[in-house]
Design a protein around this ligand. Structure first.
Ligand code: BG6
Length: 607
């Protein structure tokens, strides 16, 4: 995700900004830039790619005079990762430069209004509307212009601003995107997170939503959204840089599990409208929708299992047959595909070789292609006829968590969106829309309901094998749950359709064999319950995942994982969370390298 830094003091700003941006590199980015003010002139330098390119361009900042400035690492969301789209962005009159971390949800209407008012846009970003609003509202007082601008914005923003009319000052504005002030001696800072500050100062002030600050070398003034000055105490950061990168969590994977409510919300929010789900990026697909006879989903790894989970909602709501195929198989299977096929390609990185190859094969046979990706401008996104982005932010841990849950979230929204535009949805639409809107809160409940998982991990972490069983939507989640366990704890884990036990696997059940039974789908709960009894009668220990009040399951299970009671059509996003946590704590008990499991890569770009 993007990162911003700001500095004002007595020393040259550019080297300080570059060093701060390097500390934010771990967050993932695809372009970078700095704006430095020397007296009344602002110089902007920005590059596509790595900060090293920016260091080379500015000779590590030596070429850029001035003791005040702002900097940015960009994780592309709106607009490809190009130099034009990189921050900082300048106002047309050159007075203002800004950097931004977040998403401005109403940027299209603001862009239209500003364009009509004669402002000229140089980039495709949502961010650029901010700097033109500042110019439009500026009447000699930057604080007033900031307040008026912030009142027009909807969405999330951590903003850094400099104005050539106020040499030596930097401004920071926070709304739903972290922003921290660093309190120095004859110098002050701001940054998206403490990793960029701790080398200069451990005295920090955490801005809260709606607050903004005016910093000079010797003063920090903080205001609320009405412009009323407020006093906030500095706190002392005790973290080291490594811990700070993980937000205080021990591993990136745990941090990313905890980020899922926010990641799913960021993926949902811009598309959930009063009247229903809207995908601006898919309007070109709508006229073709009635001619689609088959949806084929293809991907690898967890992305494939996301497809397995989304299939049920797509078929049930859109009433279009859905097949899900491994990309590594599809590419060699001489698939029956033509113009009436919609290929949905799922990929977090957008660079998985098998997925790209399968996609090319299907395109060559006439399929329309819709990509669900997390990396803007990636190969899969570029190759597709239509690209829908998950807004999970960069995922650092090799084993995906928020990547998977945001992919499934997009599939759920597509199911409603297609059904709506095909007039195949009735009065259940409002209920399902609410269920989607509630998912971020329900994911948090799934996290909060399972404080017992570290203890369960201590009980099961030496198991020779773990069986995950479930039916229908539960089975789809069992597949991903078993993969999580294998990937990071190295225990053998296998997902099985519960109804298939009697056709083979039950032969493997022996005394104390752990079986994880997923019971979140009421329509087939009784069947899975009888499977639990079957395996228990052969000595298995059953760890059931179900709702709190599900007495029948509770009375049979030996151990329990909980999730909130949700519509089974949209349950995978909540149901997978306890299984992610179980895999995490089992791996932790086994002393595994959780963020970088042996033999695995975050994206397999070769066959
Ligand atoms: C694997 C990753 O290498 O590739 C998985 O470890 C991922 O987490 C799979 O699900 C597919 O990658 P992508 O980027 O195409 O979703």
């Amino acid at each position: 995700m993007c990162g911003i830094v700001g500095f004002t003091g007595r020393q040259s700003a550019a080297p300080v900004l570059l060093e701060g941006l390097k500390k934010l590199e771990y967050r993932g980015y695809d372009s970078a830039g700095i704006a430095v003010m020397d007296g009344k002139s602002i110089t902007v330098n920005k590059v596509r790619g790595r900060i090293a390119n920016l260091c080379e361009k500015t000779k590590d900042g030596a070429k850029v005079p001035g003791t005040t400035g702002i900097g940015h690492t960009r994780w592309a969301t709106h607009g490809a990762p190009t130099e034009e789209n990189a921050h900082p962005h300048l106002s047309n009159d050159g007075r203002f430069a800004i950097v931004h971390n977040g998403i401005i949800e109403n940027y299209l209407s603001l862009r239209e209004e500003l364009t009509q008012d004669g402002y000229h846009f140089l980039s495709e970003t949502d961010t650029e509307v901010i700097v033109h609003l500042l110019e439009m509202y500026y009447r000699g007082n930057v604080r007033d212009a900031l307040i008026k601008t912030a009142n027009r914005l909807r969405g999330s923003y951590a903003l850094g601003v400099i104005c050539s009319e106020e040499p030596g000052k930097i401004y920071a504005v926070r709304e739903a995107s972290p922003l921290i002030l660093g309190v120095g001696i004859d110098e002050n800072f701001f940054a998206s997170d403490v990793t960029a500050l701790v080398n200069h100062t451990r005295n920090v002030i955490y801005l809260e939503d709606g607050e903004f600050a005016e910093l000079s070398d010797t003063s920090i003034r903080i205001f609320d959204c009405s412009g009323q000055e407020i006093h906030k105490k500095a706190t002392r950061v005790l973290w080291d840089v490594q811990a700070a990168e993980k937000g205080g969590y021990e591993h990136f994977m745990l941090k990313e599990i905890m980020e899922q409510p926010g990641a799913v919300k960021a993926t949902l929010a811009p598309r959930m409208k009063e009247h229903g789900v809207e995908f601006e990026e898919l309007t070109g697909l709508l006229p073709k929708l009635p001619s689609i006879r088959k949806i084929l989903i293809t991907a690898c790894g967890s992305a494939y299992y996301a497809g397995c989970a989304g299939k049920y909602a797509l078929e049930h709501l859109a009433r279009i047959p859905v097949e899900v195929e491994l990309a590594s198989e599809l590419r060699y299977s001489d698939p029956l595909i033509d113009e009436s096929t919609l290929l949905i390609v799922i990929s977090q990185s957008g660079e998985t070789a098998d997925t790209i190859a399968a996609m090319k094969e299907c395109k060559a046979r006439g399929a329309k292609t819709l990509a669900i990706v997390n990396v803007v401008g990636s190969s899969v996104a570029t190759l597709a006829d239509f690209a829908v982005y998950t807004w999970a932010g960069p995922e650092i841990a090799v084993a995906t968590t928020k990547g998977y849950t945001t992919q499934v979230t997009v599939l759920y929204m597509l199911a409603l969106y297609f059904a709506d535009h095909l007039n195949r949805i009735g009065e259940e639409k409002a209920r399902l829309q609410e269920a989607l809107q509630a998912m971020p809160r329900r994911i948090q409940e799934s996290i909060d309901m399972n404080a017992n998982i570290p203890a369960l991990a201590r009980k099961y972490h030496k198991a020779k094998a773990l069986f995950f069983i479930g039916r229908n939507t539960d089975y789809a989640v069992a597949l991903e749950g078993a993969l999580k366990m294998k990937e990071i704890s190295y225990l053998h884990a296998e997902a099985y359709a519960a109804g298939e036990l009697k056709h083979g696997t039950i032969a493997l059940i022996e005394e104390h064999q752990p079986v994880i039974a997923l019971c979140a789908n009421p329509s087939i709960m009784e069947k899975t319950l009888s499977n639990m009894v079957e395996v228990k009668s052969r000595g298995a220990e059953v760890l059931a995942l179900t709702f709190r009040n599900n007495q029948k399951i509770l009375s049979v299970a030996d151990d329990l994982l909980f999730m909130p009671e949700v519509d089974p059509l949209f349950s995978a996003v909540m149901e997978i969370v306890p299984l992610q946590l179980l895999a995490y704590y089992v791996a932790r008990e086994n002393g595994c390298d959780i963020d970088k499991p042996k033999n695995l890569a975050k994206s397999v770009t070769v066959e």
